[in-house]
Design a protein around this ligand. Structure first.
Ligand SMILES: [Zn+2]
Length: 136
């Protein structure tokens, strides 16, 4: 996948501006103790990860969309796998299990997609930030 596309940032857990720094501290969505931890700003280019208070409330709309996609996928899959489909309560149960199992992934993708709406890729941002740092 090409660096410079928003999908690169979202899939690879990278800063939306420089595509080099980590967005979340851990690369594993299933490190359940730490999967949601993120630094205040990008360690490479200095882009703040909290542009304004409550910024990530908007990510709930993205998360809603991701979960609708998960539920539709479960519905289609159960109708393909089981000739007559599942009963409605089995479908609800399967959707809840899939939603919970994928919750760490949907949480992280929702935040990454949300910040990628507002922050554009800037290939020079990392170099500019390095020049500002004092030489040791
Ligand atoms: Zn960055």
């Amino acid at each position: 996948m090409n660096k410079g596309t928003k999908l690169y940032s979202i899939v690879n857990n990278k800063c939306p501006k420089c595509h080099e720094g980590q967005f979340f501290n851990t690369n594993s969505s299933y490190d359940l103790q730490h999967f949601s931890e993120m630094p205040d700003e990008c360690p490479v280019c200095g882009q703040t990860y909290m542009p304004e208070p409550g910024f990530y409330y908007g990510a709930m709309y993205v998360s809603y969309g991701i979960n609708v996609a998960i539920f539709v996928t479960v519905w289609v899959a159960t109708n393909v796998l089981f000739r007559d489909g599942l009963g409605v309560w089995w479908l609800v149960l399967a959707s809840i299990i899939a939603g919970l199992a994928l919750m760490p992934v949907s949480f992280r993708w929702a935040r990454l997609i949300w910040i990628n709406f507002f922050v554009k890729y800037d290939a020079q941002s990392a170099a500019r930030n390095r020049e500002k740092l004092p030489v040791t």
